[in-house]
Design a protein around this ligand. Structure first.
Ligand code: NDP
Ligand code: 2IT
Length: 451
């Protein structure tokens, strides 16, 4: 039996396989790092993998708050403090009704390796709640965020654990969370990132993940000696922070993004998505694509219910490059086959683990350019670390400075991943390259720090 299979069996016997998405994330990493484990026995001797898949601690708490009708509401809050070998626990908070421990463990585990790949001093963590922000008034969002922080503040700090945003958590929520933290602790410190600019947020943090995905893709095309993004037709999923800024940067570079999606369906505008209108509808008004097609009559709105469960309209549209930027497992094997059949040669992941294992296998087997999430979407957390630096030194950097540093960071991550893939005999395989390079840095730190 290969070392990966042996390790996975050991992990299954410790209960790691109980959470589907978490095991999916771990399994991919274990197969990728098999070569590394075989070439250097120190990782097995120090049981690094076993230690890495066990979060340092999982904090679970009740969040009780009053809605606008003065009814008592109860949600569950979590913070998974996964690994702090490289720096304070760092990672976003997700507010979505599907949130549970398994999802946050998968996100936290991915975050350790992603943060490691940035080369910055940040460990890995993730948190959130099953609270559904959709349809809630601004007061309700504020009251929920305050109640959430009443408990969370005990466990975080600028040198302990620094949360940020993720699905359902943007500048508004981070603002309320920060306000409550400040009130409880009487301390004005960079304990959260993604804050609004007026009180300590970094310029470019809202744009960072999406722009970073595109910078990574640019660098990957350069390293693999492929044509530039200019003139390419791109399909993008999601219509939130990551998707919108991916579309925006693609347009800056002369590519044409023709789709975006939300949980109700796919918007297809063959002339290219009108980003300013999309921002107004989704970021300012939290509205629907109906408002977009009311203005742009040629655009099509394809509803989710018009498609079978394992296929998504967005991935059936012909494109040169695809950017899944909504959520986990949103791009299935069926979708991957459609993309390949339609001539797509580039897939870059903005969301965390948006492609199923079978889809990833197909992309790798067909040798298309595939940029895995933990490398391609690391721009968000990188600029979060820049925000921590600015807060710690009481400075504010210009947009241009942050943008330049983001670009350089994404280029470095891309080179690190590509060189590692070459070094371990799998040239062009960015999945293995990212997993090996990310694992190695954190594993070496864990060994050096002792048990
Ligand atoms: P947002 O909340 O801003 O947007 C999420 C988008 O995805 C919305 O359009 C939403 O549609 C859609 N979506 C969410 N869940 C589902 C679902 N189950 N089915 C269909 N559509 C869904 O989140 P972000 O843009 O911040 O995050 C998107 C992805 O990027 C996530 O995977 C996140 O983990 C990842 N990411 C985010 C980073 C950040 O800095 N924000 C950094 C790195 C990765 P609807 O509104 O209808 O629910
Ligand atoms: O998945 C991610 O990298 C994020 N949601 C951002 C994390 C952060 O701390 O900025």
């Amino acid at each position: 039996m290969g070392i990966a299979k042996e390790e996975l069996e050991k992990l299954e016997s410790t209960g790691c396989a109980q959470d589907d998405v978490f095991f999916q994330a771990v399994e991919e990493v274990v197969y990728s790092i098999e070569r590394l484990l075989e070439s250097d026995e120190k990782y097995t001797k120090h049981a690094v993998l076993h230690r890495l898949v066990n979060p340092d601690r999982i904090i679970k708490f009740s969040v009780t708050w009053l809605n606008d009708k003065q009814e008592i509401q109860v949600n569950t809050g979590f913070r998974v403090q996964f690994n702090n070998a490289l720096g304070p626990y760092k990672g976003g908070l997700r507010f979505h009704p599907t949130v549970n421990e398994g999802i946050l463990k998968f996100l936290g585990f991915e975050q350790i390796l992603k943060n490691s790949l940035t080369g910055l001093p940040i460990g890995g963590g993730k948190g959130g709640s099953d609270f559904n922000p959709k349809g809630k008034s601004d007061w309700e969002i504020m009251k929920f965020c305050s109640a959430f922080m009443t408990e969370l503040h005990k466990y975080i700090g600028p040198r302990i654990d620094v949360p940020a945003g993720d699905i359902g958590v943007g500048g508004r929520e981070i603002g309320y969370l920060f306000g409550e933290y400040k009130k409880i602790t009487s301390s004005y410190e960079g304990v959260l990132t993604g804050k609004p600019f007026m009180f300590g947020g970094s310029l470019m943090r809202p744009e960072a993940t999406g722009y970073g995905v595109v910078y990574f893709t640019q660098e990957m095309l350069k390293l693999e000696k492929q044509d530039k993004l200019e003139g390419k037709i791109c399909t993008v999923s999601g219509a939130g922070n990551v998707a919108i800024h991916t579309i925006e940067k693609l347009h800056h570079l002369g590519a044409k993004a023709v789709t975006c999606t939300d949980s109700r369906g796919t918007l297809y505008d063959a002339r290219g998505i009108d980003v300013e209108l999309l921002k107004k509808i989704k970021l300012e008004n939290r509205g629907t694509f109906d408002e977009y097609i009311a203005v742009n009559k040629e655009a099509q709105y394809i509803k989710v219910e018009d498609y079978p469960e394992d296929a998504h309209a967005v991935w059936q549209i012909k494109c040169d490059a695809a950017f899944p930027c909504a959520t986990q497992n949103e791009l299935t094997e069926t979708d991957a086959k459609a993309l390949l059949a339609n001539g797509c040669t580039i897939v870059a992941e903005g969301a965390n683990m948006p492609s199923t294992s079978a889809a990833v296998e197909l992309f790798v087997k067909n040798k298309i350019l595939f940029a895995p999430a933990k490398a391609a979407n690391a721009g968000g957390v990188a600029v979060s670390e820049f925000e921590m630096s600015q807060n710690a030194s009481m400075q504010k950097w210009s947009f241009e400075k942050v943008d330049e540093k983001l670009k350089t960071t994404m280029q470095q991550i891309c080179k690190r991943v590509s060189y590692t893939a070459n070094e371990y005999g799998v040239p062009g395989n960015y999945v293995d390259g990212a997993n090996i390079a990310g694992f190695k840095r954190v594993a070496d730190a864990m060994i050096a720090e002792g048990i």
